[in-house]
Write a protein that binds this ligand. Sequence first.
Ligand code: FEO
Length: 405
Amino acid sequence: MTGSFGSVRVNERVHWVGAVDWNLRDFHGYSTSRGSTYNAYLILADKVTLIDTVKAPFFDEMMARIRSVIDPSEIDYVISNHTEMDHSGALPRTVAAVGPRKVFCSAMGAKGLPEHFDVGCELTPVRDGETLSLGDADVTFLETRMLHWPDSMFTYLNQDKLLFSSDAFGMHLASEERFDDELPAGVLKFEAAKYYANILLPYSALVTKLIGKVTELGLEFEMIAPDHGPIWRADPTHPVRWYARWAEQKPTRKALVVCDTMWHSTERMGRMIVEGLVAGGARATFMSLHGGANNRSDVVTGLLGAGALIVGSPTLNNGILPSVADVMTYLKGLKPRNLIGAAFGSYGWSGESVKQLNAMLEGMGVELVGEGVRSLHVPDEEALSACHVLGTRVAEALAQRCATE
Ligand code: FEO
């Protein structure tokens, strides 16, 4: 027992010296119910190198982990793969405490870091494809602009075939375990998908391009070490294959029905649409927003791999419910592609919600299947039947789209 934070050996040369944030529950709108980690890595090469730092309040934890391996003053280089504060927040204090000979970052990082704080030293920008010697090992930098910030880059430790992938291939998951093979496969896939849907979805075209570039370069991975969550060592191609598939956003015969409700009328309509979808041969998931049953970030996770988005809201004050507006705003920003969809909702007198939802869906590039379904107050047989028909029509449209893909 040392009574302090320790490091975790990643391989012969690399140690994990990051921090575990057990209590993080919100990452600018993304619900992080399992907390997160901020991963920093120490490469024990001739030139001792620290890859990334941690969120500012976790500086002491990171330093303690570094001290469990070496005297921090032995660090020669710091590489900042990403400017966002969950990885760079502790950089100024690290620079002050360690006094590294150089701090490397991308050209955009050299612009962005000083816009956040006084780093405390000069920054050395590196180019895409540039290799830096660490003495008995070397690293190559790969610019990954807009994945997911302009400054983002990867660092590849050539001798160990180890990719430090910044935010990519990460997940928000606080745990004692540092490696993929120590965690349940279902949790890994769910949290990786949630992370992709909430962080990387808008940049899917760039993800596809990057995977193509990595394949072209013939880069092999023995491990992928992201800045959040576990290190991939069992099969590091696993998350790469997931990303390739998620980035495609190919239409599937799966629909997501999401709604909030006032007196359960809109909810009943949504559940009947699900019945219609299933009767029409589609797979369907129903997500209620009522009372916070599902967060916006769960909705976008549910949408990953779906071909249809069907949204419902009752009319409230000539508009839609705030919970539905929240989700629609969030989804719009994440730019899901290749979706068909529809709207539904109950109303008492004015009944604008369906029209407004249709406009929002169209604004997101969703191809509408019909004008949607409205129901006056509690849905009667006729209204429920119209919901069932809507579900089957969407299922048929999905089947057609999948057949022509
Ligand atoms: Fe984990 Fe973009 O920061």
